[in-house]
Design a protein around this ligand. Structure first.
Ligand code: TYD
Length: 203
């Protein structure tokens, strides 16, 4: 039986889908309502996450299998660290919202490494109560990445993102009961996207 973690919500989407903006919106909205909330993200801000940023930028080159292990290691610390881990925040009565989680590993790492192996590496991590999928059209995501004018990360390519999207659909069609998919139309304005999230979560 898959373990579902109460008071844990996750945002997912393609690169450029706008999950980070909506994480900030949720943080401001919930705090303003007096709800104790902890917003976080993967890759994390800790050493493992910083190492992953170098892999994503292409500065450090490792096999895709290694990337899968690195994300799983970063996630293990992110979930279980007794001082600042997701579970410790939830134990303190907070709602935790994460910008990306194990669904990203299943969608991205399974392109260069076996899906079953990625799944196994992530099987011990609990599912969130809700996964909010910002469903932004592929071409809009690519346009946003291009318009940032920054150096692109290794996965920020049209063909790769197309495969990521197909993987997300497969993963979301197979979520365990108790883990709700909240699919949001990401082609709308940021404001409309956020109001759909608020409505969907009933907050
Ligand atoms: P993100 O922080 O959302 O992108 P940005 O650089 O725009 O802030 O995500 C970083 C990248 O990491 C993104 O391409 C998805 C990828 N990723 C994985 O491949 N596997 C994972 O498990 C996670 C959490 C992220």
């Amino acid at each position: 039986m898959a373990q579902i973690q109460k008071n844990f919500w996750v945002l997912e989407g393609l690169d450029g889908a706008g999950t980070t903006t909506q994480l900030r919106n949720l943080e401001a909205y919930l705090s303003q309502k007096g709800v104790k909330v902890h917003c976080t993200a993967e890759p994390t801000i800790h050493e493992t996450g910083r190492f992953l940023r170098k892999v994503l930028s292409g500065e450090i080159k490792v096999p895709q299998s290694t990337v899968a292990y690195l994300f799983a290691a970063d996630r293990d610390n992110h979930v279980n660290n007794p001082e600042y881990g997701i579970l410790s925040h939830i134990e303190r009565g907070e709602i935790v919202v994460s910008d990306r989680y194990k669904f990203s590993s299943l969608a991205y790492q399974s392109i260069g490494f076996d899906f079953q192996r990625v799944d196994e590496l992530n099987s011990a991590f609990p599912y969130p109560e809700v996964v909010i999928f910002i469903d932004t059209p592929l071409q809009s995501c690519i346009d946003r990445i291009d318009s940032r004018g920054q150096a692109k990360e290794i996965y920020e390519k049209l063909e790769y993102q197309r495969q990521v999207l197909a993987n997300y659909e497969r993963i979301f069609s197979n979520l365990p009961s108790g883990c709700r998919l909240l699919r949001i139309d990401g082609s709308q304005t940021r404001e409309r996207i956020f109001s759909d999230i608020v409505q969907g979560l009933g907050i």
